[in-house]
Design a binder for this molecule. Sequence first.
Ligand code: RIB
Ligand code: CA
Length: 314
Amino acid sequence: MKRKKLIIDCDPGVDDALMLAYAAAHRDAFEILGVTTVSGNQDIEKVTRNALDLTSFYGMDVPVARGMGTPLVKEPQYAPETHGESGLGSCTLPLSFREAEKEPAVVFIYRTLSGLPEGEKATLVATGPLTNVAVLLRLFPEIKKKIEEILFMGGSLCGGNVTPAAEFNFYADPEAARIVLHAGIPLVMCGLDVTEQCTLTRGQILKLCQSGYPVARACGDMMGFSLENTSEKYRGETSVHDVVPLMYLLSPEIFSGTPQILDVDCSDGPARGAVLGGFRWWRNEESEANVFALTGADREKFQESLISALYNET
Ligand code: RIB
Ligand code: CA
């Protein structure tokens, strides 16, 4: 089977780290052309350091390019309570000797996509704020013809996790999210509606932490930090948000969703970063939809697929 060409844009981040582990476990299905980083969970230097260390730790021989260090308009707001000061909880990985690409992420993505053979495209998977993707589309609008689709973890139709209205990635850079939503590229939104159904339980995390497999143990350690240092500890399980876009590419049958006509609130009010819109079958045509939004997941199948990948039993 021809592997799907991917560029992964992320802000590792503990759940971004499990997403990269999932990608590494499925190199039979994914040809990862590169990993780019964006300011989000932690500052750009930390998330880039983490991306280098994670890809080396997972045995992924892929270029890593450093992206935007601030959102388009506002100042960055990091998430140390969920991801720790390093961005990977309290997990310490071997230091990678590799360095990030010399060119910035947006130029790396443009050059990589432009270099694809005539008629070939790649898929973008974004699991941090959409700043890099928005700048790419603004600087190089012609590159849209080389993008198959964009799957992103972000937004929410059911209220927020950083404010009552907004999910973290959209709140961090709503102007970027709006640019992507209106770019006319096929989009799959993996918002909180679906990602909060995609969890690992405390028991599953504990078992990972006691594993003899280094990747499984490190991922358990990282998710354990998020579980025990946030209100997720009362749930007894924690969402692994960023794995969803990749797992949907591989196993769409685990998920369900609907076409939506969506926008983002970019005001300075209490709704900043909120997703606006919906879809009424009796008023709207599916052709008007700008996003396919995932809304449902089989939690057990998600957990089974993720855990087997972390033990690399795929
Ligand atoms: O709201 C969850 C998202 O914000 C995830 O991508 C997580 O890594 C953080 O970036
Ligand atoms: Ca993320």
